[in-house]
Ligand binder design. Sequence first.
Ligand SMILES: C[S@@+](CC[C@H](N)C(=O)[O-])C[C@H]1O[C@@H](n2cnc3c(N)ncnc32)[C@H](O)[C@@H]1O
Length: 365
Amino acid sequence: MDRVTRPDTATKPAADVSAMFDEVSPRYDLINDVLTAGNDRLWRIATTRAVAPRKGMRILDLAAGTGTSSAALAAHGAHVVAADFSEGMLEEGRRRHAGNPLIEFVHADATDLPFADDSFDAATISYGLRNVSDPRRALAEMARVVKPGGRVVIAEFSTPPSALVRRPYAFYGKHVLPRIAGAINRDAAAAYHYLNESIEAWPDQAELARWMRGAGFERVAHRNLTFGIVALHRGFVGRRAPEPAKTEPAKDDAAKAVAGKPAAEPVAEPGPAAPKSQPDSQSKSASQPKPKSKSASKPKPKPKPKSASQPKSAETAEKSVAKQPAAKQSAAPKSTGSKPASKRPEAKPAASQQPATGSESGDVK
Ligand SMILES: C[S@@+](CC[C@H](N)C(=O)[O-])C[C@H]1O[C@@H](n2cnc3c(N)ncnc32)[C@H](O)[C@@H]1O
């Protein structure tokens, strides 16, 4: 009999999802290898290349589980914060990677990250977003904690475009996968029924790309792996709106500056402030920013590069993407600060996205 929690696929209650992963954590990676016939290793290589980790970078690996994805990033010299809300997965990860000073395991909920704005050079989430109760909120949180210009890479099961692949894959997911998983860990079959249901309920590549743009990511692109069984999505966090032209501060403004507030508020990008312009978005962090305690100390807004509107739809796979230079080591490990309005998702309508092509080079690799 199954003794593993099987979360409701529609609501994915956090307690049930974390309990399920606590229970499967000891054999999680082994089952992955078997169920994917080793393809998970190839998908990880592709994901790591898309993140482009470098020495000195600080990378958030969200829903990191046992840290297998984190280790691949740390192998390139990046400092990786492996965040997850399952204590069982974190414990297994800490045990396995005890000797690796570049991986730091942190208990965190993807929908309410305990990190300061702009505290990472990049973020990634592998096979985790689908399990989050409010994935759009998690996207907004990733946009908040990654520095402007930093990239976010999502690896997730997806929808194979070809029916020739989709049908046998659906059969495998429904009938074969839970049996194999149950044979390896007889308590785990329920978890793998949930895995199949959650994949079936998960939006396709185009919809996830829309969610990413809704969360404020620019140059959103994706690439299918293994016929689209997995898709690799990536986007860049938008740069801030330009600073207004400097003028002599009036007496009132000078007094405000002395009190620790900026003499002039950064100009938000054109577009709706709140409420969100995209009806499909449910991101609460977008409309309920955390206290503005950090805004006074934030760096000055960087000018947003001018660009034409997106010439291709983001549904197009295999777009060219920029290889960003490794950003500087990030600072504050924890705060509740909020992004300026220009970096909040609602301030960046989809129409303002940058083109995915142009002078950029390379694929979502
Ligand atoms: C399928 S595992 C993926 C683990 C790892 N990224 C990998 O590639 O092997 C999904 C992970 O997402 C975590 N997770 C799900 N919802 C989460 C949330 N709201 N916050 C943090 N972690 C979450 C689970 O605890 C689990 O460890």
